[in-house]
Design a protein around this ligand. Sequence first.
Ligand code: UDP
Length: 413
Amino acid sequence: MPAILNAYAGVAGQDVINQLRQLAERLQGVRVVHVNSTYMGGGVAEILGKMVPLMQEMGIDTTWEVITGDESFFQCTKSFHNALQGNKIEIPDALLQTYEDTNQGMAKSLGPLLAEADMVFVHDPQPAPLLSLCPQRKGYWVWRCHIDLSHPYRPVWKYLREFVEPYDASIFSLSDFAQTLPHPEYLIPPSIDPLSDKNIDLDETEVDGIFERFGLDASRPLMLQVSRFDRFKDPLGVIYAFRLAKKYVPDLQLDLAGGVATDDPEGELVRSEAEAFSEDDPDIHILQLPSDAHRTINALQRAADVVLQKSIREGFGLTVTEAMWKGKPVVGGDTGGIRLQVINNHTGFLVSTPEGAALRVRYLLERPHKLQEMGQKAREFVRENFLITRQLREYLTLMVALIHGCRDRIELG
Ligand code: UDP
């Protein structure tokens, strides 16, 4: 049995590992390519960084390619992201042309690899046109959408749908995001790697070190949100909620931690908006972290008393999963993938306004027993539903079904 995979038995159980091995037997030597738009920053890169080596370890010949582009390309794809999550945005033709030209250029360099692959997973809109630019393809192509597509701005979705329709299948994180498409749609929620630096258990000294390092007071309650600086993550709403909660919990401190993703051109602007809104309040700490600060984020999530993810749209919200795995109930925006994870009053609270968030933060901080009990439920909920072993099983099952042509029955062993 592959050594890396074996290490997950302790967390996920031996049965799960045996099942993965059985599935992988049907996929030995199969060539798989994942394509997305960044190696660093955001949930997709986070997952692929763990999923790709695991698939390789299991004998599946897997590679990860990244589509590169200039500033206007990422400006265009960020506009897609914003429009698909509901903002009414007209994208100028010149930017759409850059988008198509960039994909054309990438298709030239990646073409031979993609054409020969047995399975290609294309993540999100950035590389979506690659399929139409790869007419000699041999394998199955799946469009994997990580975005909250529950209320897309229709003209932009209509434009992108042209590129998505020819795929053999799509994967969405939850049923609310599924669209009318002429191919099978699968629902596979994302997951976290419990053995990664981001999620592995840390000793107390490492966790406590966070307070001094970032000028936080270990004796006072800490509220945390970890996110890219993106308006859909509502950093200003978090600051507002903090101010409201602080009226009742005067010692409260807030930490907004986020870095930049190389495919997100709006991060700097949104971070400066948050800084301006915080008005130099010494109890609001806005941290800009490097993209490899996984252990730091891990320690912050453990050090926090209560974790927020007050998004107004959210594809899934790995930061929610990460905090729950550390035994923290999450006060999360009542939207998208957060609803899959935060079971109201059990693993956290779903909120729609800063007022609601402040109320729940106060409720939890004033009831340490409840906070602990909900935190334990949160961790178990993640163990059962959102570990990488579950997501790997679903990806492998889908691959076996597509490659072996048995969509309604999968035979193993
Ligand atoms: N993340 C990080 N550094 C940051 C901000 C976020 O490493 O400064 C990580 C975070 O821990 C999580 C991922 O990036 O693993 C964000 O995924 P999520 O699904 O929450 O949001 P996305 O950024 O994909 O919208």
